[in-house]
Design a protein around this ligand. Structure first.
Ligand SMILES: Cc1cc2nc3c(=O)[nH]c(=O)nc-3n(C[C@H](O)[C@H](O)[C@H](O)COP(=O)(O)OP(=O)(O)OC[C@H]3O[C@@H](n4cnc5c(N)ncnc54)[C@H](O)[C@@H]3O)c2cc1C
Length: 555
């Protein structure tokens, strides 16, 4: 419609202007310099073309539209069919399936296991980072499948049958025995009503059908209070066997072609992560097979959680990146008081501060992914042991605050669902809570320092190349050394985890980031008059250069 008086296109009463174009049809990978450089640095250079192809596919307007459809049309539990027979299935919107098919095709679930090579976990890490930017809900079954593979390998017979299915690049959502499908995904069930962090309190009972032992069949009776992605083809679950907490492989269908006795009670009504179903479930004599030794379930679960915690850090770094990209994109197109928002000095400071946090998170998460690539290197293993819980804690904590501030950059538009910002804001806390909440992560950092003497040495090795190059970093590292020497107790564990992360992030940025980024990080995170709010960078920072670097370019 055009204006009747002027003939200009628009509504009858006004013309729409000063609104940014959507951030769509762009390469989520190539437009993110911090991510591209981190991938190159950490050994994923060979994957750049395929990462760009995935980045372009994710950044398409069509894919972004799927994410909104999946978010708006939450999964629905089908407990019974119309005749009263149990169904225990979940119906998802077709857009959810399309998104998951895209991710499985890109190998987000198991690529480093299926095609191992140097830098494979880094390259996959970049796919997680990007996937979570466009739709984080589908990441849950992908991450769980990634995490179960090393645990499943402890049980050769199950691994031989199931790993080829998990390595498949075909997403097959049909509710059929896995043997009839072209690909499979897996979930995990640990948390019960009385305890999630304290897994020893699990009450689900496992009785052997015969003599028991590794690979033998058991019957499970009990419940799980959170079991996400219940349409997965199988789950690793924790249950009390005669010799203590043990890890079990529980398929949705038993080998004789019957639906296993896994009863979905209801779906959680969650703050965010809405396109993904999280269920409450009962095991009514469900059949499951022991993975590893009886009584060794907790170490098995912890091994799995190391991988899922890496994904919490990677995924949150991706969510941060998307929030910052949206904020800078908006500010570059929006004019207030005769100037683009991005050029208003206080807004430039806010955007630069957000971009710093995002780049530091990306640099650390990809550095951590490299430690997962170097499993035969004891120093990298010790680094991973210490820094995985620390990174999960601090990156996820910062993500929650960052999402609120980035939303505000868009003003009222940011508070509206169409902008993507509410979804990012709701999604952030879940990465902090699941797979070990904040306190649990910080206590794990303490435990790593106490029980893995090589962890301190690995940390020193990581920081050594940066020492002596930047005075503010050196002073911070001295404070960290004193803090470590004082052997902080539980009540100080959060500050310790934060310091460890800031030290590693600072060292990475000083060594590899442009001077403006490294300078601002040292000035605002490592010393000075620190504020809890974003947009409080000290004077003298080249905020415009930081924002320019972080700006997403539309192809
Ligand atoms: C959306 C969503 C999906 C989930 N999906 C799954 C799933 O698929 N499978 C699954 O098994 N679980 C799942 N979970 C559960 C999740 O992993 C647990 O909620 C989490 O591990 C915390 O356990 P809890 O809820 O029992 O809390 P609690 O263990 O009761 O912890 C409550 C608080 O106490 C803190 N705390 C615990 N111990 C200590 C201590 N010693 N000192 C100080 N503070 C402490 C924790 O950090 C936390 O903040 C999901 C959760 C959510 C929100």
């Amino acid at each position: 419609m055009s204006d009747p008086e002027t003939g200009a296109p628009g509504f009858t009463t006004h013309e729409v202007f000063n609104q940014p174009p959507p951030l769509a049809d762009y390469d989520v990978f190539a437009s993110d310099r911090a991510l591209v450089e981190a991938v190159e640095r950490e050994g994923g250079l060979w994957a750049k073309d395929r990462l760009s192809a995935f980045g372009r596919r994710l950044g398409r307007a069509e894919t972004i539209d799927w994410s909104f459809q999946a978010e708006r049309n939450s999964p629905v539990l089908q407990t019974f069919d119309r005749f009263g027979q149990r169904r225990d299935t979940v119906e998802f919107h077709p857009a959810y399936h399309q998104l998951l098919a895209l991710a499985v095709d890109a190998g987000v679930h198991t690529a480093p296991w299926a095609e191992p090579r140097a830098g494979a976990h880094v390259a996959r890490g970049a796919t997680v980072h990007m996937q979570c930017q466009i739709e984080a809900s589908v990441q849950c079954p992908l991450t769980m499948t990634y995490g179960v593979v090393p645990a499943l390998r402890h049980q050769a017979d199950i691994a031989a049958e199931w790993l080829p299915r998990l390595y498949s690049r075909h997403y097959d959502p049909r509710f059929l025995p896995a043997s009839e499908k072209t690909g499979a995904l897996m979930g995990m069930g640990m948390t019960e009503k009385q305890g999630g962090s304290d897994l020893r309190s699990n009450t689900t009972r496992a009785e052997p059908e015969g003599a028991g032992g590794p690979g033998a069949a058991y019957r499970l009776v009990g419940h799980k209070w959170f079991l996400s992605a219940p349409m997965c083809d199988a789950f690793l679950v924790l249950a009390q066997a005669p010799k203590g907490p043990s890890c079990f492989f529980l398929p949705r269908w038993t080998p004789d072609g019957q639906v296993n006795a896994l009863r979905l009670q209801r779906l959680k009504d969650k703050l965010g992560n809405r396109a993904n179903a999280s269920s409450e479930v009962e095991f009514q004599n469900a059949r499951a097979w022991l993975v590893g030794e009886e009584g060794r379930g907790i170490p098995g679960i912890i091994e799995m959680a190391t991988y899922t915690r890496l994904d919490c850090a990677l995924g949150t770094a991706g969510l941060m990146r998307q929030a910052v990209a949206q904020a800078i994109h908006h500010a570059r197109h929006r004019t207030v008081f005769q100037r683009h928002l991005v050029d208003q000095p206080l807004m430039t400071s806010v955007l630069a501060d957000l971009a710093l946090e995002s780049e530091a998170a990306t640099a650390l998460a990809l550095r951590l992914a490299r430690a997962f690539d170097r499993q035969d290197d004891p120093s990298e293993t010790a680094f991973r042991r210490l820094m995985t819980p620390a990174a999960k804690y601090w990156i996820c904590k910062r993500g929650i605050t960052l999402a609120g501030e980035a939303m505000e950059v868009l003003g009222g538009n940011g508070y509206v669902e169409d902008s993507l910002m509410p979804r990012i804001y709701r999604e952030m806390p879940v990465n902090s809570i699941w797979e070990g909440s904040g306190n649990v992560m910080c206590l794990d950092v303490l435990r790593a320092l106490q029980r893995t003497p090589e962890a301190g040495e690995a940390l020193r090795a990581e920081l050594a190349p940066a020492r002596g190059t930047e005075a503010r970093l050196d002073r911070f590292l001295e404070r960290l050394d004193s803090t470590l020497a004082a052997r902080p107790g539980e009540a100080q564990a959060r500050r310790l985890a934060e310091m460890l992360v800031l030290a590693v992030q600072g060292a990475l940025l000083v060594r590899f980031a442009p001077p403006a980024v490294a300078d601002a990080f040292c000035a605002s995170r490592l010393e000075g008059d620190r504020s809890g709010a974003f947009g409080t960078l000290p004077a003298g920072i080249d905020a415009a250069a930081i924002v320019e670097r972080a700006a997403p370019a539309i192809a």
